[in-house]
Design a protein around this ligand. Sequence first.
Ligand SMILES: [Zn+2]
Length: 379
Amino acid sequence: MAKNVFILGAGASRDGGAPLMFDFLDAARELQRLQLVNDRQADFDLVFKAIASLQRVHSKSRIDLNNLEVVFAAFEIASVIGALPGLADDEVARLVPAMRALITRTFEERLDFNRSGTYREAPQPYWHFAELLGYLLEQAYPAQTLAIITFNYDVGVDFAVRRRRYNIDYAFESPNSPSIPVLKLHGSLNWFYCNDCQKIVPFDLTFLTEELRGVELHSFRPQLRLSSLQQQWLHRTQLGHDVAAEPFIVPPTWSKGEHQRTLASVWKRAALELRDAENIFIVGYSLPATDEFFRHLYALGTVGETVLQRLWVVDPDPGKVVEARYRSLLGPGAEQRFAFFPELFLAGIGRINVNSGRVRITPVRSAAPREYLVTFLRR
Ligand SMILES: [Zn+2]
């Protein structure tokens, strides 16, 4: 297991243009208004029709129908019971796939995979994050190992890691070569569920930088159309298999469902990584009160024999509530190892570094003055 575990929340992707849970549906509506998602018009229409129906049903309750995770979870429940007032049966059946399509297209339009020359680059802040990972893996002394746990659906971190030619271990099966564990607790936009094999088939993002690059470049659109590339790939590689057309992503509000079995190996591995971690760095994850899953995972995962040396949280914390939540999660014994940095990920990356014996300040290559590498005392 790895010494350093990075936990990335939605805030980590915000610098790259991704909306957060509370404004995600607004972002989707805006894209629809601008006619940028006409290819998935039917899906967007269905999602907003269902939200309007839920609004009527819940007019007297305090359920927050602007929040993506609340709505996604409500759709999952509707699809299990096979009913949502105001919707026909076939519409209810299409609801969760439509939501997955909406999420995919919204990320595609909003998350900024820049094109530099003939290559795509990872969205910020993942580009710098991958540089930090490279430093930890190849230059730091003593040698460091690392794992990434993320709540995010988007492939910003996956792309950045592959772009630097590191292999990814999604914890579905044992890897054949050295790889970085990237444990996506709520699924991923590049995962597809095969009903025949009863397992997830991940799309290797290397295709974006190599094989399909030429195809992709014929598009003049600045945004990366991951979904259409993946559909080509699915048609070509999964011939004869019953693979879901929409990516495997689940609502963050964790519930006992069919997903439990599918994601079990991912969650199990995440708990093992937390158990053995010496340093845990949490970025852009505000520890919402509703996320019992992470609280349990953390509690169960950190009972190992490894003494946790450092638990650092980077979050802009505009409401000044996140730090207090972490302090209450950790309990009184954790004060010495806990540090909170109320800032964006990009600035936080500069602070997160592990080295021995020395304190030094080094500028990150091609970074703004603020993003300085501050190397802290290891022991
Ligand atoms: Zn299959």
